[in-house]
Ligand binder design. Structure first.
Ligand SMILES: [Zn+2]
Length: 245
């Protein structure tokens, strides 16, 4: 299974831009302007159709309202968080919950569990944002991308592997707020996934996990491909890496 004509671009931290085969522009966990890892040319996308949100911390929704208002993009996420975005001015929302699947422009999105918190910083308050989640995104050609969101490793990743057999997993490895490379290596075993893109590391000094450490902890796994995408790089087709000029 490959990406076909879809393009997956790493914007740094946990943010990915996905251009689907039908040309729709998605952002997963939109954090661009203040994201120190995001290349300048990606901070103000020309078009955004869908914002897929794993949870409400600033480093995942920092640009959600700005882009929802500017582009009329649809905010897709857990009920409480997208209801808050709607209250703040997002016109189009799709709220659902764990276990549910929604179809957005021919892309199927299934919400999975994640072990993390989801408070929304609203002025000087933290308000309830529902729970943190992950997603299995099924593209038009059937490729399944698992974006774990921010999470510790948890045993039910085995269920995600059994049920959805993800082709690619984007997994946090930085530690401190999420799992570290040792735990991420175990997540890979539970998921049975063969292609992994590390994320959520290096952005802040406390996120000390590295792709190199993930390699060390997965030496025993044959056929595993860890694609250490640099911010700004794109995967397409047979997981070909497009390096920006
Ligand atoms: Zn985070």
């Amino acid at each position: 299974m490959n990406l076909g004509s879809a393009e997956l671009t790493y914007c740094g931290h946990a943010t990915f831009a996905l251009k689907t085969a039908s040309g729709k522009r998605w952002l997963i966990d939109p954090w661009l302007e203040q994201n120190p890892a995001c290349p300048t040319r990606l901070k103000n996308p020309a078009a955004v159709d869908t914002l897929l949100i794993t949870h409400a911390h600033f480093d995942h929704i920092g640009d959600a309202l700005r882009l929802a208002k500017k582009h009329g993009a649809t905010c897709v996420g857990i009920f409480e968080t997208v209801a808050w975005l709607q209250k703040k001015g997002a016109q189009k929302i799709v709220g659902f919950n764990k276990g549910g699947t929604v179809d957005v422009d021919g892309i199927k999105v299934t919400m999975t569990d994640a072990r993390h918190s989801c408070g929304i910083s609203d002025g000087d308050e933290i308000v309830y944002g529902g729970e943190a989640a992950g997603y299995v995104v099924t593209l038009e050609n059937g490729l399944r991308l698992y974006h774990a969101g921010d999470t510790a490793v948890f045993g039910d990743m085995r269920l995600i592997g059994e049920l959805f057999k993800p082709d690619i997993a984007c997994l946090p490895i930085g530690g401190h707020y999420t799992m570290d490379p040792l735990q991420a290596a175990h997540a890979i075993r539970l998921l049975g996934v063969k292609t992994v893109i590390p994320m959520h590391y290096g952005t802040f000094p406390v996120l000390t996990g590295t792709p190199g450490a993930l390699h060390e902890h997965t030496r025993d796994l044959s056929g595993l491909q860890i694609i250490d995408l640099k911010p700004g790089e794109t995967l397409t087709g047979e997981l070909k890496r497009l390096v920006p000029a």
